[in-house]
Design a protein around this ligand. Structure first.
Ligand code: SF4
Ligand code: F3S
Length: 395
């Protein structure tokens, strides 16, 4: 990934624009309202400032942005978000918004955005359609369109129909993204097709970028971490542009390192201490899950840093290996999930020596994941986009 110095220089060059933007939109009244909401949900101002400082570091922003992140919650105008559900299980929304108690990230999200959400709306049928139409018209050219789920494209997209008029998912996505300023693909299905696109992919399901040929920021994961989504939203809110990404269009700050690089079991990997069988002594001692199929060395995501459910736990912490859910085509390329990928060229201690570097892995792994990792190891897109282009991209 690009070095921190280069990223910091990039962000310093945007600082004055951010200040101008925040000052124009700041509202004292909104700030007080937001802090009352925090208190009602059991968070103090101190908790909030700690969160702002955490997000600044997580998003790889220079520390001067801490106060700006905190101020973003006090912006008087909501950033309109239209959130569509296509071919998926709704697990991403469940994971993001239906926590037992809302965390600061979800409260912020609620305050700064969300105009239309297929799943959370009270209305149904024709009334939903009317509401969607109004939202598109009212916020045309300004809203963020979040898409959860893949887009079936075979036979004119007939394998996914939505709403009372039986509109195809493909048509709906096209119609809504056409007037959006930014498009975010939330989850692996929307980013790369997910399980719908797994072999033999009978419905021709694709990720949003590939199906519609438009610019999209991918926030993959099955489900993605709420930190990744809120951080991406905050980035757009503060800078009015998308964050720097890798060549798979995933924000670098969230997907710039491997699960393996920050895993709490990593010391056991390096020491050659592996779980050899479910429930054995190694499993009880929390040893490395590589031999039980963990794909952490092949997967770019930040689960090992931020965990899920208010930081309580994550897959590897709960005792199962990472299955590589934020990589394209993982249902095919990472399976079988409980066996190591022999083709990946990972050298384990006790084998041929120290494990391979990310770049070396990229030259070894077979299939789509290999291409993804090789791409990741060699490039990134530092300058974010300031809006969606409708230009058809070559896929
Ligand atoms: Fe953690 Fe998996 Fe890497 Fe082992 S192989 S250190 S369990 S990420
Ligand atoms: Fe997915 Fe691996 Fe994280 S399975 S949720 S990328 S630990």
């Amino acid at each position: 990934m690009k070095n921190t110095k280069e990223l910091y220089e990039y962000y310093y060059s945007l600082l004055s624009g951010v200040d101008e933007r925040i000052n124009k939109l700041y509202s004292k009244e909104k700030e007080e309202h937001f802090h009352r909401r925090l208190e009602e949900n059991g968070f103090s101002r101190r908790d909030f400032l700690k969160w702002a400082s955490f997000m600044t570091a997580a998003m790889m922003l220079p520390p001067v942005f801490e106060s700006r992140i905190a101020k973003a919650a006090a912006i008087k105008e909501r950033t309109p978000v239209i959130w569509l559900h296509l071919a998926e299980c709704t697990g991403c929304t469940e994971s993001f918004l239906r926590t037992r108690a809302p965390d600061i990230a979800t409260l912020i999200f609620d305050e700064i955005s969300l105009t239309y959400h297929d799943t959370l709306m009270m209305a149904s049928g024709k009334r939903v359609e009317e509401h969607l139409e109004k939202a598109i018209e009212r916020y045309s050219g300004r809203y963020i369109c979040v898409i959860e789920g893949a887009i079936p494209t075979k036979d004119g997209g007939i394998y996914l129909r939505v709403g009372p008029d039986g509109e195809t998912g493909y048509h709906r996505a096209k119609r809504v993204t056409e007037h959006a300023k930014y498009v975010l693909a939330f989850g692996t299905c929307a980013s790369f097709g997910g399980v719908q696109a797994a072999h033999p992919n009978p419905t021709g399901a694709k990720g949003v970028r590939k199906a519609l040929g438009i610019e999209v920021v991918n926030v993959p994961g099955c489900p993605p971490n709420s930190v990744n989504m809120v951080g991406t939203m905050l980035h757009i809110l503060l800078f009015d542009r998308t964050p720097p990404t890798d060549l798979l269009y995933r924000p670098l700050w969230a997907y710039g390192s491997r699960i393996h690089d920050y895993c709490e079991r990593r010391a056991h990997f390096d020491a050659g201490e592996f779980v050899e069988e479910w429930g054995d002594e190694g499993a009880k001692k929390g040893w490395c899950l590589y031999k039980m199929g963990c794909k952490g060395p092949l997967t770019y995501n930040d689960c090992s840093r931020y965990r899920f459910n208010q930081g309580i736990n994550w897959p590897v912490g709960a005792g199962h290996g990472c299955i590589g859910c934020s990589e394209p085509g993982f249902w095919d390329t990472m399976a079988p999930f409980e066996e190591p990928n022999d083709k990946a060229g990972i050298r384990i201690p006790g084998g041929k020596g120290v494990e391979a570097t990310a770049d070396e892995i990229g030259t070894f792994v077979a299939g789509a994941t290999a291409a993804a990792i090789a791409i990741h190891a060699t490039g990134s897109i530092i300058r974010g986009s300031t809006g969606k282009s409708s230009k058809k991209e070559k896929e």
